[in-house]
Design a binder for this molecule. Structure first.
Ligand code: NAD
Length: 500
């Protein structure tokens, strides 16, 4: 089959689908390896059109009252909830994750939409009367203009929804550049926003690769850029867009640790860590990729993890009973296989090897089975690199201090968890660990929509996390008004204006 015979995933600009492009990418079904669709790649001229449409959309949308904006969000929330199964199906077909996992992703995105429905409350300013005689002050939070979101493949619905619901509720127009690996979810969301009553141009989708991204980062009509993806690209996005005067939040990669104390219940810890390491084939920014066993916890934990690994059912995401799907692309599979190879070469103890997993009837799918390394040390590449696949490494530490030091020396700072039954140890960890999101007996501590999500160190470039209160601050800028209504002229005063 040639790619030109395939259905095209189009851009969505100014309320219209645009199928024409000078370049196209291929979208594959990870469970079969087959190319299923092609996706239009935007040129700088396409990005110009999108920014022009968004600029017009901003005029129309930002003029609408808070009540109207909230009504559109409520309607969008209803459409999303009613069509969640359809969105999950599309996610599974292009990403490969299980249907259950895709439903979970839609649910977490929907919660941000619900938070955005109440944005009017968060946009309230402050007011002070009589800051000086006859003078009052109040503050406003106003939208930025055209906001851009550039998102990764691993959550094609949830990560865009970390961004656009709040950006829109705050009165901005939005241009989404989703991952070219699983682009179709973005168009379903665009359809539902239009059906919900959002004016044309207030939400746009441009697909593509570096060419489209660079045009967005440098375009004078773009006010802000929200990015989620790998650390090298996050750094590039932050540096390029800030040097072009944009407000930027760029969330990067991760190496999330779970510290297991000797007093922890081994089965509780192993269930939690295995789920967090192998769910979505390890392709989650909050996946646990490094378990750190303290003192005597090590051997029992290793055995308990092996038992979980042996029970994982690997299979197509859409098939009933599958617990772990394939990796997103053939290239991702090759990269993960290479990382496992490197771990073996560096002397890590391979306790479970997922390299030869194959799924009958789906021999060309991008499979890697759950893999477990033990006795990993910090200088090994399986520890240093983000593998982003179903590979869990186990490290051993003699004391809590040693384990904490290991977590804090890691250049990433997204999330970390501790498993313990001792409150004092948990509190010590919570206070001293240098990451943005902490779990206590919770392996993937993704904050609820009304808190903010984001990491520290190499996991975030910028100042503000996404959604929650920090999301509102990111998508608005402040203004303070000082007003007086004098009844008569009192003569010029050339001193510095001090209110009395
Ligand atoms: P990626 O960095 O390859 O791609 C992310 C986005 O950037 C995509 O839209 C892609 O088209 C674009 N892009 C890729 N290379 C580019 C380049 N050279 N120049 C300009 N744009 C480019 O990430 P991915 O593989 O899609 O997603 C996985 C990564 O995302 C992992 O590192 C994961 O940890 C990270 N992630 C982080 C979080 C978080 O909250 N911190 C959440 C989800 C994913």
């Amino acid at each position: 089959m040639t790619t030109t015979a395939l259905e095209t995933v189009a851009h969505w600009i100014g309320g219209e689908r645009l199928h024409e492009a000078s370049r196209y990418g291929e979208v594959t079904d990870p469970a079969t390896g087959a190319v299923t669709r092609r996706v239009a790649f935007a040129s700088a001229a396409d990005v110009d059109r999108a920014v022009a449409a968004a600029t017009a959309g901003f005029e129309a949308w930002s003029a609408q009252s808070l009540t109207r904006r909230a009504n559109v969000m409520f309607k969008f929330r209803e459409l999303l909830a009613a069509n969640a199964a359809e969105l999950a199906r599309v996610i599974t077909a292009e990403h490969g994750k299980t249907t259950d996992d895709a439903r979970g992703e839609v649910q977490r995105g929907l919660e941000v939409v619900e938070f955005a429905c109440g944005a009017a409350h968060l946009l309230k300013g402050e007011a002070s009367e009589a800051v000086a005689t006859g003078v009052d002050s109040h503050s406003l939070r106003q939208p930025l203009g055209v906001s851009v979101g550039i998102t990764p493949f691993n959550f094609p619905a949830m990560v865009p929804m970390w961004m656009f619901p709040l950006a829109l509720a705050c009165g901005n127009a939005f241009i989404l550049k989703p991952s070219e690996k699983d682009p179709s979810a973005s168009l379903l969301m665009a359809d539902w926003l239009a059906e919900a009553g959002l004016p044309d141009g207030a939400f746009n989708v441009v697909h593509g690769d570096r060419e489209a991204v660079e045009a967005l980062l440098t375009h004078p009509g773009v006010a802000s850029v929200s990015f989620v993806g790998s650390t090298p690209v996050a750094r590039f996005i932050y540096e390029t867009a800030t040097s072009h005067g944009k407000r930027v939040q760029a969330l990067g990669g991760a190496k999330n640790h779970a510290v297991v104390m000797p007093d922890a219940d081994v089965d509780i810890a192993a269930d939690a860590i295995a789920s967090a390491a192998y769910g979505s084939a390890g392709q989650r920014c909050m996946a646990i990729s490094a378990a750190v066993a303290v003192g005597p916890a090590g051997d029992a934990l290793a055995e308990a993890l092996e038992a979980r690994v042996d029970a994982v059912r690997v299979g197509p995401g859409a098939e009933e009973g599958s617990q772990m799907g394939p990796l997103v692309t053939g290239a991702a599979r090759e990269r993960v296989l290479g990382a496992i190879e490197a771990g073996v070469g560096e002397g890590a103890e391979l306790r479970r090897d997922g390299r030869d997993v194959s799924v009958p009837g789906h021999e060309d799918g991008f499979w890697v089975g759950p893999t477990l390394f033990d006795r990993v040390t910090p200088e090994m590449s399986v520890y240093r690199d983000e593998i982003f696949g179903p590979v869990l490494i186990l490290l051993r530490a003699s004391t809590f201090e040693e384990a904490l030091d290991l977590v804090n020396r890691n250049p990433y700072g997204n999330g970390a968890a501790i498993f313990t039954t001792d409150g004092r140890t948990a509190r010590e960890f919570e206070q001293r660990v240098q990451v943005g999101m902490v779990g206590v007996n919770v392996p993937i501590p993704v904050p609820m929509a009304y808190y903010s999500f984001g990491g520290w160190k190499q996991s975030l470039f910028g100042d503000l996390h996404v959604h929650g209160r920090e999301g509102v601050l990111f998508y608005t800028r402040g203004k303070v008004v000082t007003e007086r209504w004098p009844d008569q002229a009192r003569g010029a005063d050339y001193g510095f204006p001090a209110h009395k």
